[in-house]
Design a protein around this ligand. Sequence first.
Ligand SMILES: Nc1nc2c(ncn2[C@@H]2O[C@H](COP(=O)(O)OP(=O)(O)OP(=O)(O)O)[C@@H](O)[C@H]2O)c(=O)[nH]1
Ligand SMILES: [Mg+2]
Length: 316
Amino acid sequence: MSEALARSVLAGQYRALAQAVSLVEREDPEAERLLAEIYPATGRARVIGITGSPGAGKSTLVASLAKHYRRSDKRVGIIAVDPTSPFTGGAILGDRIRMADLYTDRGVFIRSMATRGFMGGLAKATNDVVDLLDASGFDVVIVETVGVGQDEVDVIRTVQTNIVILVPGMGDDIQAIKAGIMEIGDIFVVNKADRPGADRTVTEITMMMSLVEEHGEWVPPIVKTVASQSQGIDELDAAIVKHREYLETSGELDRRNRERVRIRIETLLKEKFMDRLLAATPSFDQILDDVLRKRNNPHDAAEDVLRRVTIQSPPR
Ligand SMILES: Nc1nc2c(ncn2[C@@H]2O[C@H](COP(=O)(O)OP(=O)(O)OP(=O)(O)O)[C@@H](O)[C@H]2O)c(=O)[nH]1
Ligand SMILES: [Mg+2]
């Protein structure tokens, strides 16, 4: 069953892809086999992250960027990790209309992911969907996140080029933005540049950037956009292309890909290890009672569990 589906995904069939993504989202046992089968065909897509506060214009920018890529016939996958995203229906009518042609375009695949409810974690599910899109021949995969919470930061850490969006008139917010977000920005976008204060925001970002740690040889460019009017998109694309060149020539791409694989395997190991450990410890409630009653303590209890069980893989 999964072999046939894998073949259809690899052949770039849209419906098969949608079905495969649903399997991953449902955390269906079939999904793991499927992902294993398509994995050798991954590694071609450019994976771009777009992060910014609610309402900064992420979805609008993603739509403009997607349309830009479609003009050169690139296939574009969009994953919106955001419950309030227009992709899930929180949009005002204007946005819906602007995005309508993307929904009917078979060269565009749009999926939103809830920020909660994945047993194996949001980052794992997102990466699995990125793999499916990649293997299915999508040239670009754009991942939209608000960038709050560890789950989302984990997602951001696995993209190749991360775009951080800010808007004018949020000076205090910029100060409040975690330094972590400043550090992971490969490209900064000042969206809503039709509003007053865009240049001031550019200056503020430049100042903030000088405060954070070394960025290496790459100095993140700052691009002004009016996403709702598709202004600045060519400049943004040029910045993305330049960053890609930097990634490839500096060896940073290999380093990031390796880091992504490391994060993915470690996440899976933690999940599987805990599952098997708990399954092999039927007396876990007893262990909890002992610690609660001070007959044992958490540290020794954990050591006891580890000492008592041998972890064996289930038959495949
Ligand atoms: N004036 C102006 N409005 C914009 C611009 N870009 C987007 N907007 C508007 O800003 C609002 C929010 O845009 P979205 O694209 O939904 O923002 P978002 O960051 O995806 O929002 P969430 O997904 O809810 O976090 C919408 O009403 C857009 O039409 C812009 O460049 N200028
Ligand atoms: Mg959105």
